[in-house]
Design a protein around this ligand. Sequence first.
Ligand SMILES: Cc1cc2nc3c(=O)[nH]c(=O)nc-3n(C[C@H](O)[C@H](O)[C@H](O)COP(=O)(O)O)c2cc1C
Length: 490
Amino acid sequence: MPRRLRDLGRQRGRLISRDRRSGRRQNGGRPTEMRWRSGGGRSSIRFRGRTPDPGHVALQFMRAAQVCDWQQVLACMLIDLTFQITAYYTDIKKRFVHHFGRWGAPLTPENIDLSRNDPPYAGDNGMTTEALFSPGRLGAIEVANRVAMAPLTRARGDMEGIQTPLAVEYYGKRASAGLIISEATNISRQGRGYAFTPGIYTDTQVEAWKPVARAVHARGGKMVLQLWHVGRFSHASLQENGAPPVAPSAIEAGDMVFTEHGFEPPSKPRELETGEIDGIIADYVRAARNARTAGFDGVEIHAANCYLLEQFIRDSTNHRTDRYGGSIENRTRLPFEVCEAVAGAIGADRVGIRLSPVTHSVGATPFDSEPQKTYGFLAERLGTLGLAYLHCIEGQTRGANLPESFDFQALRRSFGGSYIANNGFTREIALTAARSGRADMVAFGRPFISNPDLVERLRQDEPLAPEAHKEFFYGGGSRGYTDWPDFVSR
Ligand SMILES: Cc1cc2nc3c(=O)[nH]c(=O)nc-3n(C[C@H](O)[C@H](O)[C@H](O)COP(=O)(O)O)c2cc1C
């Protein structure tokens, strides 16, 4: 066998180039990747990446495929040409995505994120993927890489808020994420706004979470539990004795809530008495302690997506006149006091917080009148607590990022600690964010639903599975939940 052929590894019917010196598989960058798939009597060939000598690659391929007649030589030359054109095109595409976030987006002012001061595109060879896949630390939590799994409500529990063994399999399969942030988890019955979502306020719920934490740890992963109170975004049928949901002020939410009977409009909330607020803080503390008992590495306080804590922050949903309403200091008091109390109970370095200053969802919630000032004030105060991290949805949740409405880097500076960025990240944007230091971690949401091994796919620049259909998002069983294959087993 010619010496060069030894450079080619045969893995599951495909040929993959290896680094000549180290013999290691070359991932993500300049090296050549050649694939040879044969099925149904027909062979298909795929080249990826860029090679300094495409003709040589074609020759290697022919030898590997044991072909030698002139038609095959011609075919390989054609493949070679196609390959070069594709490589050129791919690079242009990557440059575009690097600077503008998305391929194919029209270059209108709304689509250009001027706050991204990215360095020139330098390719994504071994050096540049390093940052995203390098270990790090968020407070007391050591992470194996900088890819976090964003919290994803999947509504596969029961109506008592108890996880089923399916959740053990689901989270266990995603343990290669540097950090898993669990689906939002109710801190109390009052805090519940979606049917079949898990809780962390009863002993049975805690017991059901234990094997989840164990499964993630057994595979070397880290996991925090996201603590949730939905506030006004609920329905009386989900509350104890059909009580109305609670909120900072009695202002009805828009949108639809997910109940046992399908989607229904949210019920009109009642305004919380000042004297009830200590009880809500105590619920967060109990939930955080329970999360530690269940084996989680920490908790994330859910102050995003217009649920209770964000309803207090925004002047659009908070019309109170007590010490929790009015001034910015008063409106941000509850999220601050929750973080302070939870940090006191389990250690600040195991507590993160999630914010989303410029999202309307959920509940068609209007923005605060001065988001930069309000959230900046909160971030600065939170910074004094020494929390593990600040996690931001950098735009309209699941929609466009809105750089002209908010400066997230300024928010990050006010906070002064570790920062997780989320919303619509692609591999290219994540690599750039990690490399340039724009974020300490990048959280992926939807891609983790259909790609349990997302980290490995990103690392190897493997194509991602198509986004899961929305019918699989909430409720149901294993279908669309635990049955997404790893790319190696496809
Ligand atoms: C099915 C689904 C469930 C979600 N559940 C939560 C949740 O429980 N808590 C939360 O903070 N965000 C939740 N989100 C928002 C995601 O965490 C994330 O912010 C959003 O999907 C944008 O990230 P992506 O573009 O990587 O998907 C959910 C999103 C989806 C699609």
